[in-house]
Ligand binder design. Sequence first.
Ligand code: ZN
Length: 457
Amino acid sequence: MVFCHCGSTLGAAMKRKRALLIRGGRIICPASGRDEVGDVYVRDGLIVASGEGEAGREVEIDASGMIVCPGLIDIHVHLREPGAEHKETMETGTRSAVRGGFTTVCAMPNTSPAPDTAETVAAILTRVRQAAWCRVGIIGAATLGNDRSTLTDYAALADAGCIAVSDDAFMLRTREQRREALLRCADAGLRMIAHAEREELSAGGVMHAGEVARRLGLMGQHPEAEVRSLEDWRDAWDDDSTPPPLHIAHVSTAAGVEFLREWQAGPSAETAPHYLALTDEAVVEHGANAKMNPPLRTEEDRQALIEAVADGTIAVIATDHAPHTTEEKAAGMTEAPFGIVGLESALSVLLKYLVASSAMLLSDVLRAMTQSPARLLGIAGGTLEAGAPADLLVFDPEGERVVDPAQFESSGRNTPFAGERLPGIVKTVIIGGEIVLDGGEFAPRRPPSPGSDRYHE
Ligand SMILES: [Zn+2]
């Protein structure tokens, strides 16, 4: 049964919604193993079997030549609201998500105030209901006020509606903290999303420590910062038979991949499109628009990450969408903040660098952006099976566009893909049976409170 966070059933809340038929597309649903040309039926906000959908059909969408798949789910997004609305807001960030084909994003907790108590989580959920164009899951802060010292009450955060907790940008410092955090997560039924970085190996570095950094005369972050941090997390969970309630954010190195592969009963993990597409060479051309943490690595690392996604060692692709202002990014490699935007380019970047290059099957890419993140965090959606929420994406895999940051819905323009010709045009996005993007055009009004839905068992 699917509930919205206020406890009413999603189906009941959407009774008045119209029926839809998405006709003649290539349906790819990794969760149900479907890859075939056919029709998808929607009624009362849910996917329904063909017989049920036929009777009440009111709107038909021609999807011939298109891919029809579950709406994309991004579990690592910095929406910046509250506290840094000059970089992004609930509205601009979630419109950016819809433009990129996402129906659910999960908001990282490095905001001000942070979602660190039931009250602050409730305030952010209110903003979601007021302003979001897609579903938003709230990731709670691992420490109070992101102070890196006092762990928050994870059970209270879970009760308030958080779908995970994270120390992204404000890493836990000690073994005792990490161990206590994992135990609290286990009790609360949440997962800790960890930013894996041993700081003494990265301090002061603005890009990957390697040949390119030396050539540019820039201070580098040692790649071992990642694997040493993974060792720290493993050390904090001294149980070899039970997987820790742990998810490793934005894995960037071959050594990290190797460590995860050998960690039997280990954590889940994600990487981002930019680590799968680019190397530290991108800094030469794009400067601070290719500066993020962890940094872009080497070709060997990139190949190891592609292999890890293909074999499931890394189950999830998430963007780490991190908008900053143009002025901030103009400060140059040393001074500019870390992070790039990703929501409006992720699908196209993966289509070009992984699918068109035959490095990965489209269905495997979509699995890492639909079924896997949904299952991992218990998020509604990620499947086109009957009874699931009608969160769908229709995109043209052949159509191309030149990435123009000036056209982004996001307030952030900081992308290394600016000016690049990429395949994949997002045509239609449906959330809970509501058409939010129609033929590339936004609906005149945002869908009524897409909210923060999740499965409760
Ligand atoms: Zn992040």
